[in-house]
Unconditional design. Structure first.
Length: 207
């Protein structure tokens, strides 16, 4: 019972009370539908931002990997050149040793190229070639390790590029507006069913 302005009571019948409650329920349902649609929009938008952020991180890592791969190749070339220089220095040292040995033999009247003199020459040559080979082998081993590292970095850069492109593609496929529309359509179906039930009940009471 409700009192109007003149103080007289107004009594709502059961159907009227039911319709009022149903109308209020529909208003709440519509409000909830909009809130759900807004939530769907921001959820999809957040997923977009996250995918794009991950793609940017992968692209940055790819850039660093490519830079480090180029640096590894430069280091490999430097290692080879350094090995050649060390081998050349070793050869020069052995030539100085040979020259000093020949000078000493000449001063002692020993003929070069025969007997023990030939053996000394052969020993010095063997030591020189062995040392130079070891130096060059070590530089090649170092260069190969650096190039292997560079190859791994380039491979990782390629994988990062593919992953970044996939993430950007996925982010582009996300449609916040579509999520809102889908959410509203689903809620509209529920509201429509409630209205249909209300109309059926109204006809039943009016009948």
């Amino acid at each position: 019972m409700v009192y109007v302005g003149d103080g007289s009571p107004t009594v709502f019948t059961a159907p009227q009370q039911s319709n009022s409650m149903q109308t209020a329920g529909n208003i709440l349902m519509i409000g909830g539908a909009f809130q759900q649609a807004i939530g769907s929009y921001f959820a999809v938008k957040s997923a977009q931002y996250q995918a794009e952020s991950q793609a940017s991180s992968l692209e940055y890592r790819r850039t660093l990997s490519n830079m480090n791969a180029r640096a590894a190749e430069v280091d490999a070339q430097l290692a080879l050149r350094a090995g050649q220089q060390r081998a050349g220095q070793a050869g020069l040292q052995y030539r100085l040793i040979q020259s000093a040995a020949r000078t000493q033999r000449a001063a002692g009247g020993i003929e070069s190229g025969s007997g023990s003199a030939a053996e000394v020459e052969a020993s010095i040559n063997f030591a020189k070639e062995s040392d130079q080979a070891a130096i060059l082998t070590d530089s090649v081993r170092t260069a190969n390790a650096m190039r292997l590292r560079g190859a791994g970095l380039r491979g990782q850069a390629g994988l990062d590029l593919v992953s970044a492109n996939n993430l950007r593609g996925a982010a582009g496929d996300l449609r916040p507006g579509v999520a809102v529309t889908t959410s509203l359509l689903g809620s509209a179906g529920n509201v429509a069913r409630n209205l249909a039930y209300q109309n059926r009940d109204a006809r039943r009471y009016s009948g």
